[in-house]
Design a binder for this molecule. Structure first.
Ligand code: FNR
Length: 380
C-alpha cells in the first residue's frame, strides 16, 4: 500500500521491487570485484543455477474462494514465535559490500522483526553486532574452529552477547574450488576483513606468538589453520551439546540419512542448504533435497531451508516442500551494498509483502498450510 500511496505523489521506490534484478544493479554500482565474491559459486556455477531451476520447476496451484482477508505470517521456530517464516542467512565479510557491514544488516533485521544469523567470519566482532540489535532475535553461525578453546570461547561469547541459537555450518570443512575468488586471489580474505571474531578472541590471541598488529601475516595464517576442521565426525557433536545450552541447528544438510543422524545426535534442527551452490559443484539442488529431508525428520527436527530463495513465491514453494522457515542469502547482501540498512530493509519488506500476496492469492492465510498438494512439478 505504501508504494501505491507514494506513487500518487509520483515517488517510485529507490530500489527495484523485483529482487532478482539486484545482482546486476549491484555489479553496475559496486563493480565486479565485490560482487564476484558474493555472486560467485563453486566450479562452473552449475549448483547455483540448479537451485534456481529446481524452484522454478515447481509451480503453485492456487485455490479460490477461501476467504483470505485475515492473514498471519507468524510461525514458531526453535521455540520462538517469529513474525514471518524468514531469517537473514549468515554471510561472511559484509564489509565488502558496505562500510557499515554487519551492524547495518543486523539493525535492518531487528527493525523488520526477522532474526539475523551472524557469521563466524563476520567483519565485525559479535559483541558489536549484538549491541546494534538491542534485544532483537539473533542467532550465531559457527564455523567449527579446530582449536577447542577457541570453539568454547566463541560459544561463551555468543551466549553472553544474547545469541539464542547456534547454527553449525557443516558443509565448509574446506573452501571449495571457486574460480571467481581464486581469480582475484581471495583478496577480501587476505585483507583480513573476515577475521574480526577471531582477532578479538582471547583464546585465539593466546595462540599467537606476537600481537595481531605486530605480525598480521602470522595472525592470518593462524586463522586459516583454525577456521574449520575437516577432521570432525558425528560423535564430535557431543562437544557442542556440552558447551551450548540453547537450540543447535546443523546447516548444510542434503541427505536424509544425515538428517536422521542429526536427530539421533539430539540436535534441534537442520538447514537444508548447499551454501548457495558455493561448496560442492554438481551437488543436488537444495529444493530437490528438501522434501526427502522433511519426510525423514520433519516430525523430529525443525527443518529450515536456503539456497536459491529470491522471491515470495520461492518462499511459498519451500514451505510447501516441508520447510518451517527459510534463510535469505544473497538478495539482502545486494540490498546492503546498494543502500546500507535501508537497502536490507527494502529487500526484507518486498520479500514479505510478496509472500503475503502469494499466500493470499493461492488461497492460504498463513505459512503453515501450503503442502505438496499445492504444487505441480514439471517432469514429475
Ligand atoms: C555465504 N554463506 C555462508 N554460510 C555460513 O554458514 N557462513 C558464512 O560465513 C557464509 N558466508 C557466505 C558468504 C557469501 C557471500 C554468500 C553468498 C553465502 C551461505 C549462506 O548462509 C546461504 O547458505 C546462501 O547464501 C544461500 O544461498 P543463496 O540464497 O544466497 O543463493
Amino acid at each position: 500500500y505504501e508504494i501505491y500511496l507514494n506513487g500518487m505523489t509520483g515517488a517510485v521506490p529507490r530500489l527495484p521491487t523485483d529482487l532478482t534484478a539486484l545482482e546486476a544493479l549491484t555489479e553496475r554500482r559496486l563493480g565486479p570485484g565485490p560482487v564476484g565474491y558474493v555472486a560467485g559459486s563453486a566450479g562452473d556455477g552449475s549448483t547455483a543455477r540448479a537451485n534456481r531451476a529446481a524452484l522454478a520447476r515447481h509451480r503453485i496451484v492456487p485455490r479460490m474462494l477461501r476467504d483470505v482477508r485475515e492473514r498471519d505470517l507468524s510461525v514458531d521456530v526453535l521455540g520462538r514465535s517469529l513474525p514471518a517464516p524468514v531469517a537473514l542467512a549468515p554471510v561472511g565479510v559484509l564489509s565488502i559490500m558496505h562500510p557499515e557491514a554487519e551492524p547495518a544488516a543486523a539493525r535492518a533485521a531487528a527493525a523488520q522483526g526477522v532474526p539475523f544469523v551472524l557469521s563466524s567470519a563476520s567483519s565485525t566482532p559479535m559483541e558489536r553486532v549484538a549491541e546494534a540489535m538491542g534485544d532483537a532475535e539473533r542467532w550465531f553461525q559457527l564455523y567449527w574452529p579446530k582449536d577447542r578453546e577457541v570453539a568454547r570461547s566463541f560459544l561463551r561469547r555468543a551466549e553472553a552477547a544474547g545469541f539464542t541459537a547456534l547454527f553449525v555450518t557443516l558443509d565448509t570443512p574446506l573452501l571449495s574450488w571457486r574460480p571467481r575468488d581464486l581469480d582475484q586471489a581471495y583478496l577480501p580474505f587476505l585483507r583480513g576483513v573476515g577475521t574480526a571474531n577471531y582477532f578479538s578472541d582471547p583464546a585465539f590471541r593466546a595462540g599467537l606468538a606476537k600481537p595481531v598488529h605486530e605480525d598480521l601475516d602470522a595472525a592470518v595464517m593462524h586463522f586459516v589453520g583454525m577456521f574449520s576442521d575437516p577432521g570432525k565426525s558425528w560423535p564430535d557433536l557431543a562437544f557442542l551439546r556440552e558447551n551450548w545450552d540453547g537450540p543447535i541447528v546443523l546447516k548444510g544438510i542434503l541427505h536424509p540419512d544425515d538428517a536422521r543422524l542429526a536427530a539421533d545426535a539430539g540436535m534441534d534442527g537442520v538447514v537444508v542448504s548447499n551454501h548457495g551452490g558455493r561448496q560442492v559443484a554438481g551437488a543436488v539442488a537444495a529444493a530437490d533435497a528438501l522434501p526427502r529431508v522433511a519426510e525423514a525428520v520433519g516430525d523430529r527436527l525443525t527443518v529450515l531451508f536456503d539456497s536459491g530463495i529470491r522471491t515470495g513465491d520461492d518462499v511459498f514453494k519451500a514451505l510447501a516442500l516441508g520447510a518451517r522457515a527459510v534463510l535469505l542469502g544473497r538478495p539482502y547482501v545486494y540490498g546492503l551494498g546498494l543502500d546500507g540498512q535501508a537497502g536490507v530493509e527494502h529487500v526484507v519488506r518486498c520479500l514479505l509483502a510478496e509472500l503475503d500476496l502469494t499466500l493470499a492469492l493461492s488461497g492460504h492465510t498463513g505459512p503453515s498450510t501450503p503442502g505438496p498438494a499445492d504444487l505441480v512439478t514439471d517432469g514429475a
